[in-house]
Write a protein that binds this ligand. Structure first.
Ligand code: F6P
Length: 509
C-alpha cells in the first residue's frame, strides 16, 4: 500500500472512531449542506446529504480516492487497456456506449459493425421481415448477464415498448419454460439463445427444449434455423447448429454483467427499437463522461463508491439496500446484485495477495412501498447499520397523480424517518434514527436516464474495487459449483457423507 493510501486510511480510521458523535440531523442544519452534498448530472439528481459524513470525512475519502488515482484508472478502462489483469483483457463496456478515440481502430470498427448488425436485425424483426415471417413473441434464453440486464431494461422501459413481446427464460427449472411455451405460437415465436460462452449448461438445456418444441409443433425440420444466437464465441453457436448469418457477436472483453450495451441488448432493441436503445447507450455515455471528467468532489459515481467504502471498511456495515420506488425498476435489484457481488465478491488483490480489508458488501432490496411492509422494521429499529439507496422517478406518465404523489411521499418520508428517528420513553417504540441513505431522483424513467443510472452503479462498483485493488471483471468463484454439478450428473464425483445422502434422497445417485 502506498504511503498516501495508508495515511488516508489512518485518517479515516481516526474519523470512524469518533463517528458515534456524528449526527445527520445536526449536520443537516449546517448552511449549504444540501447544496454541497447533492449533485445533478445526466438526468439524475443525487442527494447524499443524509449520510454519516461531515466535511472532514468527505475530504479524507477524497484523499483516499486520490491516493489510488481512481479517475486515471477509469481512463485506462475507457481507453481499452487490459485492466482485467487476471484474464489479460480490456473491459470494453464503456466503449460499447461510445468508443474512446484512444481505442485501437480494429476494436472500434468491430463495435460499429456490431451496432449496425444489431440495428438491421432488430429492425427486420420489428417490421415482420425477419426470415420472411411475422414475429409476435421473442424468448430470450440466457442466464446471469445474458438475462439480467436486458430483462431489467425491457421491464423498466415498458412505456417505450412497441415491438414484439419479449419473454425471458433463465432458470433451468423446466416448469417455467414449459409453462411459457404452452402459451406461445411456434409459427410466430423467435428464440434468441444468449450466452457469452455458449457453453452454460442451463442455457443450452433450455435452448434444446425450445428447439424440440419448435420441431414438434411447427414441423420445422431444422428449428435451429429459426433461432438467433448472441455470443462472444460464434464457433460454439455454429457447432450448436445456428446458421452463421443468425449469429450476433460481441467482444470477449465484455463481462457478462456489463454486456447489456452489446449485442446482448438485442431483446431491448426488439422491444423499444434501435433508436431508443441508442438513447440508453447515450445516457450511459453521459454518465461515463461525467465520471471521467468531473472533479472528484462533484463526481456522483466516485462519491457513492467512496460512501460505500466508508460504511463497509470503516463503519462495519455488511450490506447495502437498494429500494426503487417504481415497480418497473424491480429487476434493477437483481441486476445490481450480479453487478456488485460478482464484481466485488473478491478476496485477493490484483497483485495476488490476500486482501486485508473487507470487500463487497451484500446488495439486496425490494421496491418501495412493498419493502416498507416487509423489512423496513429492521432498517428502523434493528441493530445493523444498513445504508439505503432510495431511487424515485419524478414524473411518471404511466401512473396518475394520486398514486404517484403517495409513492414519492412514502419514499421521502422513509429517508426522513431513518434520519430523524423518534424518541419514546418506551424503548419498544423508540426509533434511534441517524440511519443513512442516498436519494437518487430520475427526472423521468427514459432509456437515457436508465442508461445513466446503470452506468452510475457500474462506476460505483469500479470505485470500490480500485480502492481495494481487486479485479471487478473476473468471476472464478462460480466455476467450482458448475464443475461439481457436471460430476454429479455424469456420476464421476466422490462425495462426503452429507452430499451423498442428499444425492440419494434426491434420486441423483
Ligand atoms: O456463472 C456466472 C456467469 O459466468 C456470469 O458471469 C455470466 O453472466 C453467466 O454465467 C452466463 O454466462 P454465459 O453468458 O456465458 O452463458
Amino acid at each position: 500500500m502506498s504511503n498516501s493510501k495508508a495515511d488516508a486510511c489512518n485518517r479515516l480510521k481516526e474519523l470512524a472512531a469518533r463517528s458515534p458523535g456524528l449526527c445527520i440531523k445536526d449536520l443537516m442544519v449546517e448552511p449549504g449542506r444540501v447544496e454541497q452534498y447533492s449533485i445533478s448530472a445526466a438526468g439524475l439528481h443525487v442527494d447524499f446529504s443524509k449520510h454519516l459524513v461531515d466535511d472532514d470525512v468527505r475530504s479524507a475519502l477524497l484523499g483516499l480516492a486520490e491516493s489510488v488515482g481512481i479517475l486515471d484508472l477509469a481512463k485506462q478502462v475507457f481507453a481499452g487497456e487490459p485492466v482485467n489483469r487476471t484474464e489479460h483483457r480490456a473491459a470494453l463496456h464503456m466503449a460499447m456506449r461510445e468508443p474512446s478515440p484512444d481505442l485501437d481502430p480494429e476494436t472500434t470498427n468491430q463495435i460499429v459493425a456490431a451496432r449496425e448488425r444489431l440495428k438491421s436485425v432488430s429492425d427486420s424483426i420489428r417490421k415482420g421481415s425477419w426470415s420472411g415471417s411475422v414475429i409476435t413473441d421473442v424468448i430470450n434464453i440466457g442466464i446471469g448477464g445474458s438475462d439480467l440486464g436486458p430483462h431489467m431494461a425491457c421491464s423498466a422501459l415498458r412505456e417505450f415498448s412497441d415491438g414484439p413481446r419479449c419473454h425471458f427464460i433463465s432458470n433451468v427449472d423446466g416448469a417455467e419454460l414449459l409453462n411459457l411455451l404452452d402459451g406461445l405460437n411456434p409459427e410466430t415465436t423467435l428464440p434468441i439463445v444468449s450466452s457469452k460462452t455458449f457453453t452454460t449448461s442451463e442455457t443450452m438445456v433450455n435452448a434444446r427444449t425450445t428447439l424440440a418444441w419448435l420441431k414438434n409443433s411447427s414441423k420445422l425440420a431444422r428449428p435451429e434455423e429459426r433461432c438467433i444466437a448472441v455470443t462472444a464465441y460464434p464457433d460454439n453457436a455454429r457447432t450448436f447448429g445456428i446458421p452463421t448469418d443468425q449469429i450476433l457477436t460481441f467482444p470477449e472483453s465484455i463481462g457478462g454483467r456489463y454486456s447489456l450495451w452489446s449485442s446482448i441488448g438485442l431483446p431491448v432493441c426488439i422491444a423499444i427499437g434501435y433508436d431508443a436503445f441508442s438513447e440508453l447507450l447515450s445516457g450511459a455515455a453521459a454518465m461515463d463522461d461525467h465520471f471521467l471528467s468531473t472533479p472528484p468532489d462533484r463526481n456522483i459515481p466516485l462519491t457513492l463508491g467512496l460512501l460505500a467504502v466508508w460504511y463497509n471498511n470503516f463503519l462495519g456495515a455488511q450490506s447495502h439496500a437498494v429500494i426503487p420506488y417504481c415497480q418497473r425498476l424491480r429487476l434493477l435489484i437483481d441486476h445490481l446484485q450480479q453487478l456488485e457481488m460478482e464484481s466485488n465478491g473478491k478476496s485477493v488483490t490484483l497483485s495476488g495477495n490476500q486482501v486485508e480489508t473487507e470487500t463487497g458488501p451484500v446488495t439486496w432490496g425490494q421496491t418501495g412501498t412493498n419493502g416498507q411492509h416487509a423489512f423496513f422494521q429492521l432498517l428502523h429499529q434493528g441493530t445493523r447499520l444498513i445504508p439505503v439507496d432510495f431511487i424515485g422517478v419524478i414524473r411518471d406518465r404511466l401512473s396518475n397523480s394520486s398514486h404517484h404523489r403517495l409513492l414519492l411521499a412514502n419514499m421521502i418520508a422513509q429517508s426522513e424517518a431513518l434520519m430523524l428517528g423518534a424518541s419514546d420513553e418506551n424503548l419498544h417504540r423508540h426509533l434511534p434514527g441517524n440511519r443513512p441513505s442516498t436519494t437518487i431522483l430520475l427526472d423521468e424513467l427514459t432509456p437515457a436516464t436508465l442508461g445513466a443510472l446503470i452506468a452510475l452503479y457500474e462506476h460505483r462498483v469500479f470505485t470500490q474495487a480500485a480502492i481495494w485493488d481487486t479485479n471487478p471483471y473476473d468471476q472464478f468463484g462460480v466455476e467450482l459449483g458448475k464443475t461439481l454439478t457436471g460430476s454429479i450428473l455424469d456420476g464421476t464425483g466422490e462425495h462426503d457423507a452429507s452430499t451423498l445422502n442428499l444425492l440419494i434422497r434426491a434420486g441423483l445417485k
